[in-house]
Write a protein that binds this ligand. Sequence first.
Ligand code: COI
Length: 369
Amino acid sequence: MTDTAASSTAEAFRVVRNPHAATPEERAKKLEHLNFGVTFTDHMARVTWTADGGWGDRRIEPYGPIPMDPASSVLHYAQEVFEGLKAYRWADGSVRLFRPEANAARLQRSAWRMALPELPAEDFMASIQALVELEQDWVPDAPETSLYLRPFLIGTDVFLGLRPPKKVDYLLIASPSGPYFSGGVKPVSIWVERDYHRAGPGGTGAAKCGGNYAASLRPQVEAYERGYDQVLYLDAASGQLLEELGGMNVFAVRADGTVLTPIINGNILEGVTRSSVMQLIEDQNLKVVERDITLAELREGVESGEITEVFACGTAAIVTPVGRMGSADFEVTVGGGEPGPVTLAIRQRLTDIQYGRAEDTYGWMHRVV
Ligand code: COI
């Protein structure tokens, strides 16, 4: 079946059942102790695009390896973009997504930047509806757990020349997961990177493409070796301005109640959690300012006490306090190394909305089941 129609519903996805799906007992065992991103459900969703036929062959199929020709373009030129979002189990048994339409839109923007076809938002939403409905028993209910959803696009045409692919697959896999950082709300340490940059002007920094994350791994390895958990990048043009961490946006809280975050400048990922956190901060009667922030301002502010808290945020990491920052020429402890009150309040407010413990006055939550 091929069809290019933009309107797609969950019923448009034909279902090929996994004959080896986990039994209820096997599933319960797998859901007992969840880490991030290591356990997967029985099925995945898939839609295939061809240059001639557009988007078609919408299906749910058994989760498993995807046989691929070794000349497939994603394997050579990293023609890949992805998303991350979560399905939450509420106390009433229902299953909800957090702002999925924002992920659908960002996947399109990322695809555009990499000259990949844009998946219609209707297909994105329908694939999630179809998969999560089928896999609803995999949505965990223990505190801090969720069904992490990973939609992605890959170039699958068989050609070693460099050009936009003529065949692309969209896949959606689901992983019942625990926290990204184990050990509760424990502050992380960040290495401020001077030698490597994550993105440059006109580059792919704003796209959620695998290549950005691959390039962050060398600096990450070196940061680990120096005793730091994460890397904070500076802009490539001046080497002075904060951008983001390898997989999270960054915020700094000032003693006067102003909260700063780097302005979206084409290099920074437009985080869904970032924009939600900004809204929540404003609704706590604090002021959010998006602007250029220099490393000197951050460092001196932390040293003088003018900056009382630093935190990172993202879908996987939620809101994570930063307790220590360092680079070749400095080392500072943030807020005595303890999570600060603004960080904790925002994290609580966000997760209360996500897990249905507080009323969703923003219309952010989307019911699936
Ligand atoms: C997410 O937060 O969903 C991401 O995609 C970041 C990744 C490093 C887990």
